[in-house]
Structures are given as C-alpha cells and as structure tokens.
Design a protein around this ligand. Structure first.
Ligand SMILES: *[C@@H]1O[C@H](CO)[C@@H](O)[C@H](O)[C@H]1NC(C)=O
Ligand SMILES: *[C@@H]1O[C@H](CO)[C@@H](O)[C@H](O)[C@H]1NC(C)=O
Length: 218
C-alpha cells in the first residue's frame, strides 16, 4: 500500500521534473507572437506586434553561401528571432554556416540551446567538450548530422580541400553565442591581465599578444 502510494506520487511528480529539466525556451501561450523588434519594452523574449503578415514567418537568408574571406574562414548566418520575428515564443531557430577550405568555427557555446547540424556540402571535423573535459569528435560529411549538447563548448573545422556548409537547428529562438577566445581576450572593458596570466599559466606578453588579436572593433 505504502509502496504503491509512493509509485503514484513519483508518477505524478515526474512530468513536473521532466518539464523543468527538458524545456529550453518557455512554452507558447497563444498561436503566434511575432516579435516587435522595435519595441522598447524589456521582457523575456519580445512583445508581440499586432499587424502581421506571412513575411514575418519568412527568411530567405540561408539560401546562398556567405563569403568566408575572414580571419577564421567561416561565416555563421543566423535565422533567429532577430532575423525572423515570427520565431518569437516558438522555441526554435536555424543558422547556416559556410566554411572555406581550412575554415574554423572557433570554440564557442550556446547558453540557451542544443544545436543539431546537417551537412549540406563538404566535410567537417567537429567536436564538443563535456564539463568533465572529455572531447567527443567526429568527421561528418554531406547528409550527415551531429549534435552539440546545450551549453557545451564546441567547434567545427573544414580540413578538406573544398568549401563546406551546414544547416544548424536550435531549440531556442535566440540561442546566443559566446566564443571562448573573444569573451576572455576581446571583452570590453578587458579582463585584467593577471586574471588571464594565472588562468592560462602564461606570461603577460603572451596574454597581451592574444588580446591584440581579439581587441573589440571600434
Ligand atoms: C499592416 O501592414 C501592411 C503591410 O506592412 C500595411 O500595408 C497595412 O497598412 C498595415 N495595416 C495597419 C492597420 O497598420
Ligand atoms: C571578401 O570578398 C568580397 C568579394 O570578393 C570583397 O568585396 C570583400 O571586401 C572581401 N572581404 C575581406 C575582409 O577581404
């Protein structure tokens, strides 16, 4: 009797545990809430605008490869709520990432989303690192899929001789991206040198050199 009551209690509480651990963005309370990106109102997400059209749910920006002639040889084109206001409150978004041969999407995290990538073209070496500092890597090619768990540091590099591209899906309307090197060496104001020399066990000169590469663009 006592045991079955306990089982009943657990089964009643389980959905509460699951929803608090599984959900990413908050759940919808209405059909749509197209982001009013111009609103000054500060809240969790964006306020809904009233006069909406099909174009609020449309974004053509992932159709073509982006230029990759930058420092890292890789370009992320987001299709998050900022580009696609109809995503507001829907808890999903996408991106396209293009890589030149040798191109790197440097180690970064998405604080609000798990990312799943589908390789459109080419081949990539990808990896993520758990909080136990275990690295999981894989080579993925056209048509294959890899997942980067929410919040964990990850990267992709095109070690091939031809360009590569992926489409990424996220379980957040605005996954957020924090690049490790930019955050630590390119913040504004800058993190004090002695924090970084101690953290990385190197000298001030080395820290200053890295900082010079990541100085925020004015
Ligand atoms: C709603 O938006 C459409 C297209 O942007 C515009 O033509 C129309 O005048 C707007 N209607 C109202 C009531 O604001
Ligand atoms: C990248 O290439 C485009 C087109 O070839 C050019 O307009 C642009 O200035 C280049 N950007 C850099 C950073 O070299």
């Amino acid at each position: 009797m006592a045991a079955s009551a306990y089982v009943l209690l657990i089964s009643m509480l389980m959905p509460i545990f699951l929803s608090s651990f599984v959900s990413a963005d908050p759940d919808l309370l209405q059909d749509v809430c197209v982001a009013d990106l111009a609103s000054d109102l500060k809240l969790n997400g964006f306020p809904c605008k009233s006069n909406i059209t099909a174009d609020d749910f449309f974004f053509p920006g992932l159709a073509k490869a982006a230029l990759t002639n930058n420092t890292f040889g890789a370009t992320v084109t987001p299709a998050s709520v900022t580009q696609l206001p109809g995503l507001n409150t829907l808890g999903v978004s996408m991106a396209r990432i293009d890589y030149a041969p040798g191109g790197l999407n440097p180690p970064h995290t998405h604080p609000r989303a798990t990312e799943i990538v589908f390789v459109l073209t080419g081949e990539l070496d990808v990896g993520f690192i758990t909080t136990a500092n275990k690295l999981f890597t894989k080579t993925i090619k056209m048509g294959e899929v890899f997942v980067f768990p929410r919040g964990l540091l990850h990267f992709q590099i095109n070690n091939g001789k031809v360009p590569a591209a992926v489409i990424a899906g996220f379980n957040s309307q605005l996954p957020g991206t924090q690049r490790a090197a930019d955050a630590l060496f390119g913040s504004s104001p800058t993190v004090e040198d002695h924090v970084l020399t101690k953290a990385f066990q190197v000298g001030t000169k080395q820290v200053e050199k890295i900082k010079s590469r990541f100085a925020p663009k004015k």
